[in-house]
Design a protein around this ligand. Structure first.
Ligand SMILES: *[C@@H]1O[C@H](CO)[C@@H](O)[C@H](O)[C@H]1NC(C)=O
Ligand SMILES: *[C@@H]1O[C@H](CO)[C@@H](O)[C@H](O)[C@H]1NC(C)=O
Ligand SMILES: *[C@@H]1O[C@H](CO)[C@@H](O)[C@H](O)[C@H]1NC(C)=O
Ligand SMILES: *[C@@H]1O[C@H](CO)[C@@H](O)[C@H](O)[C@H]1NC(C)=O
Ligand SMILES: *[C@@H]1O[C@H](CO)[C@@H](O)[C@H](O)[C@H]1NC(C)=O
Ligand SMILES: *[C@@H]1O[C@H](CO)[C@@H](O)[C@H](O)[C@H]1NC(C)=O
Ligand SMILES: *[C@@H]1O[C@H](CO)[C@@H](O)[C@H](O)[C@H]1NC(C)=O
Ligand SMILES: *[C@@H]1O[C@H](CO)[C@@H](O)[C@H](O)[C@H]1NC(C)=O
Ligand SMILES: *[C@@H]1O[C@H](CO)[C@@H](O)[C@H](O)[C@H]1NC(C)=O
Ligand SMILES: *[C@@H]1O[C@H](CO)[C@@H](O)[C@H](O)[C@H]1NC(C)=O
Ligand SMILES: *[C@@H]1O[C@H](CO)[C@@H](O)[C@H](O)[C@H]1NC(C)=O
Ligand SMILES: *[C@@H]1O[C@H](CO)[C@@H](O)[C@H](O)[C@H]1NC(C)=O
Ligand SMILES: [Cu+2]
Length: 577
């Protein structure tokens, strides 16, 4: 059976089981148990066999299927030589920060031969999220979908799909991705780029190898398909399009949006987008290519290749199409690799559904305002070494010129046990210490400072944060991801943020609500969130290379005074460093 068939069937199967379960226990929370064994397998892609770390020997990993309101209990057992943690990307983790997963932020790694149970409940979210390893670059092969169905009896606010299909976009490296990032951090230069992108683990026919490694979506005419698209690649935002078909975006990052239709979508790493695909009626056997390739804005080299999959109409009464004969397949026209105008148009279309049933609870007050610069920089080359970064220095990246230094123990553990001295300092700058023309001629000095600094927020602080790209070593779009919260994207623009004029144009009515947002290339984005979830919450660029270089920081949200505003103690199996 082809991959789609099995994925689709598996999904359908699990869905049926969950429906049964739900019917059986209509009252109360349903607990769903999963066992995730981290194991090595050999896989062959691009005629290249490689040993990779996976969950349960699956690549991509298994889907988690739940309903809004369900509790998930996932036991993770590490059988590989690497340290591992798993993160449930976009899950709010209300009062369950211990289950969030970023290494050295909320937990120490699960070491070889050890296990840890992630235990959390999905509250107020429905759509698609995903899980991935959250340590070094292990997520390049350890990732999979989280499918959150609406509560039982609550319909989708759009046409009921005949079938639902996860489409998870990944990045394939012929060499070991840990070796690649370790080498880059050693030399100070940019990491080697990937060899291919993948759809559900498969690179497709446009690469010079086994064309059978192609994702194929078999469809019937005149039906509605819900594609749950996830960008799980390491270092690239992607355009995605299907020839001769348009896509109606209905949900991003597990929040419904006002539906809008485009030929192409833009999806940053960390983001998820649910789209409706209406298949054509009255069509013979036919095949159309679906393509994804980067939207790239930076100065560095990147993998500019294109992954293709096939949308295949199978009509039993017609002779079948020979989809190996590529020239006959219709190809979509993707925007050019640097089409920022398309990116702007697309992001401007994203609006919260903002209905009575699904309101947009935009924080209207702002207790605290922050202004963070995000961008690249350098650190000096160690004395004995020659470095391959800019001007013989080493690449770094920073937020407000602070390149985050990973602690040797987890921030949340050290906070909770009152032993944070020497682990982190609570003085992350609210604004840049040096102000300059952020998007003008870059300053001569590109050196960054470093530290393990957090922002401390009292419970229920209403936060407004403006993130400003800088031109140091070149402007670039940065997909910033916040753990533990959704935020509202109230404004964005190009050039330098104007604190007088720009806030007057903020959308406080139906801004999109999400967990990962692109800071526009050479521009800024303004977000708001309510700090109603106690814990230590990582915020970082989801271009993994920038995270590795230090484009990350953390918010420490304190307990509130009421019992249900406090973080419970850690589970007894929480890994120790
Ligand atoms: C992967 O392939 C190598 C080399 O052929 C072999 O030694 C190893 O046992 C294989 N590993 C697995 C998990 O199959
Ligand atoms: C999961 O957490 C809940 C509390 O939120 C607790 O009641 C339950 O026992 C935990 N389950 C496991 C398997 O740890
Ligand atoms: C990165 O690429 C260079 C040049 O092709 C190669 O010499 C090096 O071995 C690669 N590094 C890794 C870790 O694959
Ligand atoms: C696909 O779209 C092209 C260009 O819009 C059009 O010429 C062609 O007829 C379409 N083909 C099918 C099979 O829909
Ligand atoms: C992709 O990058 C390679 C190497 O930098 C270059 O030769 C090629 O022209 C690029 N292809 C596209 C489609 O931009
Ligand atoms: C985009 O790329 C094209 C060539 O690939 C180049 O001519 C153009 O100047 C680039 N545009 C921007 C805004 O960088
Ligand atoms: C962006 O939107 C404007 C206004 O609707 C339109 O004129 C333009 O063609 C669009 N550009 C792209 C690249 O989609
Ligand atoms: C630099 O080189 C000297 C002499 O080879 C050596 O003693 C020292 O440990 C090296 N320092 C570092 C930081 O590698
Ligand atoms: C910042 O630099 C840009 C580009 O050089 C320029 O257009 C703008 O006027 C500068 N802004 C200020 C406030 O100097
Ligand atoms: C942090 O900066 C100091 C001073 O520049 C430097 O000595 C140290 O190596 C840096 N630490 C890290 C982890 O980059
Ligand atoms: C690339 O970086 C250099 C400085 O290192 C800068 O002058 C140039 O404008 C950058 N190019 C782009 C496209 O950002
Ligand atoms: C795994 O994590 C432990 C605890 O932080 C650390 O001491 C050890 O060096 C790590 N091992 C590897 C291979 O990174
Ligand atoms: Cu970035």
């Amino acid at each position: 059976m082809d991959v789609l068939g099995s994925l689709g069937l598996a999904l359908l199967f699990i869905t049926l089981i969950s429906l049964e379960l739900s019917l059986a226990q209509q009252t109360g929370t349903i607990t769903r148990h999963y066992e995730f064994n981290i194991v090595m397998i050999n896989v062959t892609r691009l005629c290249h066999t490689k040993s990779i770390a996976t969950v349960n020997g699956k690549f991509p990993g298994p889907s988690i299927v739940a309903r809004e309101g369900d509790q998930l209990v996932i036991r993770v057992i590490n059988h590989v030589q690497n340290n591992i943690t798993l993160h449930w990307h976009g899950v709010r983790q209300l009062r369950s920060a211990w289950a969030d997963g970023p290494a050295y932020i909320t937990q120490c790694p699960i070491q070889t031969g050890h296990s840890y149970v992630y235990n959390y409940t999905i509250v107020g979210q429905r759509g698609t999220l995903w899980w991935h390893a959250h340590i070094s670059w292990m997520r390049s092969t350890i990732y999979g979908p989280i499918i959150i169905l609406p509560k039982l009896g609550v319909p989708y606010p759009f046409s009921k799909p005949n079938k639902e299909v996860p489409i998870i976009l990944g990045e394939w490296f012929n060499s070991d991705s840990e070796a690649i990032i370790n080498q880059a951090l050693q030399t100070g230069g940019g990491p080697n780029v990937s060899e291919a992108y993948t759809i559900n683990g498969l690179p497709g026919p446009l690469y010079n190898c086994l064309a059978k490694d192609t994702f194929k979506l078999n469809v019937k005419p005149g039906k509605v398909y819900l594609l749950r698209i996830i960008n799980a690649v390491l270092n690239d935002e992607l355009f995605f399009s299907i020839a001769n078909h348009s896509l109606t975006t209905v949900d991003v990052d597990a929040i419904y949006v006002k539906p809008f239709t485009t030929d192409t979508i833009l999806i940053g790493p960390g983001q998820t987008t649910n789209v409706l695909l209406h298949t054509k009626s009255n069509i013979p056997n036919a095949a159309f290519l679906m393509l994804a390739r980067p939207y790239a804005t930076g100065n560095g080299t990147f993998d500019n290749s294109t992954v293709a999959g096939i949308l295949h109409y199978k009509n039993p009464n017609k002779s079948s199409v020979n989809y190996k004969n590529l020239p006959v397949l219709l190809k979509p026209t993707l925007p050019s690799l640097n089409d920022t105008e398309f990116a702007t148009n697309f992001t401007n279309k994203l609006r919260s559904l903002a209905t009575k049933q699904f309101p947009a609870n935009v924080p209207l007050k702002k207790d605290k305002k922050f202004f963070f610069t995000v961008g690249l920089g350098t650190s000096p080359c160690p004395k004995n070494q020659t470095c391959q970064g800019p001007n013989g220095a080493m690449f770094k990246a920073s937020v407000n010129n602070v390149s985050f230094v990973m602690p040797a123990t987890a921030l949340l553990q050290s906070h909770f046990s009152g032993q944070s001295n020497g682990v982190y300092s609570p003085n992350f700058p609210m604004i840049p210490l040096n102000q300059f023309n952020y998007t003008g001629t870059p300053p001569n000095n590109s050196m960054v400072s470093n530290g393990t600094k957090v922002v401390v927020l009292p419970f229920n602080t209403s936060v407004e944060l403006v993130m400003q790209d800088t031109s140091i070593l070149g402007v670039e779009s940065h997909p910033l991801h916040l753990h533990g919260f959704n935020f509202f994207v109230v404004g964005q623009g190009y050039g330098n943020y104007d604190p007088v004029i720009d806030p007057t144009k903020f959308n406080l009515v139906d801004p999109v609500e999400r967990n990962t947002v692109g800071v526009p290339v050479g521009g800024w984005v303004a977000i708001r969130f309510l700090a109603d979830n106690p814990g230590v919450w990582f915020m970082h660029c989801h271009l993994e290379v920038h995270t590795s270089w230090g484009l990350k920081m953390a918010w420490l949200v304190l307990d509130g005074s009421l019992p249900n505003q406090k973080l419970p103690p850690p589970p007894s199996d929480l890994p120790q460093c």
